[in-house]
Design a protein around this ligand. Structure first.
Ligand SMILES: Nc1ncnc2c1ncn2[C@@H]1O[C@H](COP(=O)(O)OP(=O)(O)OP(=O)(O)O)[C@@H](O)[C@H]1O
Length: 233
């Protein structure tokens, strides 16, 4: 099967018809793809198309040969999505319950659920946090819990929307190491340009269009020049 995410002639509009993404045609087949751009550029909208959270007004999105519009459930089993704000993702009172809740649809037996919960907590630096009230976790701990919950589902593709906003320097480094070690394909929208240094491909979005597409160092330089030009400096 072709391992690609394909956008063909995609346009996304706001309710009032204002374009948010313009005529996007793009094939992603790399293991690590980064997306950068200013606030409001369209990064979240682009990655939300991959699992059907955003819907095109025109055009199609396909993930490994499946139409997102027609096979959204199958696509969502394949694509794990990490939201920018972990509170949008954490729905249960404790970390262990939260991860177990996400696993419900997989119809695993109790022992397998317990095993996966413990493994996910340990893997993301949350061993011993099983029964703590989730609302008491720090922002960084919540971000790691949200990632642990998504990864416990064993997705084939991990799509992440600014997942390091609450992490301190050590947390961001830990996150970068964790992601580097994942077997999954990754699509990451971020303002943290350092995270993308070893990525295969980085897209720069501006005003709902891809304005640059290339290796991370070039994409970063392009973006910095774009922002400097806009600043007048
Ligand atoms: N459903 C919607 N209806 C109307 N406008 C929307 C909708 N979704 C997004 N927008 C607008 O589209 C533009 C792109 O938003 P998007 O969230 O994709 O940007 P972003 O690059 O992820 O920004 P940020 O870095 O601030 O998270 C913004 O102007 C946003 O306000």
């Amino acid at each position: 099967m072709t391992q690609t995410i394909v956008f063909t002639g995609v346009r996304v509009e706001a309710e009032d018809g204002r374009p948010i993404l313009h005529d996007l045609t793009l094939t992603l087949k790399e293991a690590r793809v980064g997306i950068i751009g200013a606030n409001g550029a369209g990064k979240s909208t682009l990655i939300r198309l991959i699992n059907g959270l955003a819907k095109p007004a025109a055009g199609t999105v396909e993930v490994d040969g499946m139409s997102v519009a027609k096979e959204v459930r199958a696509v969502r089993r394949k694509v794990g999505f990490l939201f920018q704000h972990p509170d949008a993702q954490i729905v249960m009172p404790t970390p262990a319950e939260d991860i177990a809740f996400g696993l419900k649809g997989l119809k695993l037996d109790k022992a397998e659920v317990a095993r996966r919960v413990a493994a996910a907590l340990a893997r993301f630096g949350l061993a011993g946090f099983d029964d703590r009230p989730a609302y008491m976790l720090s922002g960084g701990e919540k971000q790691r819990l949200a990632l642990a919950g998504v990864m416990a589902l064993d997705p084939e593709i991990l799509v992440m929307d600014e997942p390091t906003t609450m992490l301190d320097l050590a947390g961001r480094r830990m996150f970068a190491r964790l992601v580097a070690g994942l077997a999954q394909r990754v699509v990451l929208a971020t303002h943290d340009l350092d995270l993308l240094a070893a990525y295969d491909r980085v897209l720069v979005i501006d005003g709902g269009r891809i304005v640059h597409d290339g290796p991370p160092a070039q994409a970063r330089a392009f973006y910095e020049t774009l922002i400097s030009a806009r600043d007048g400096g």
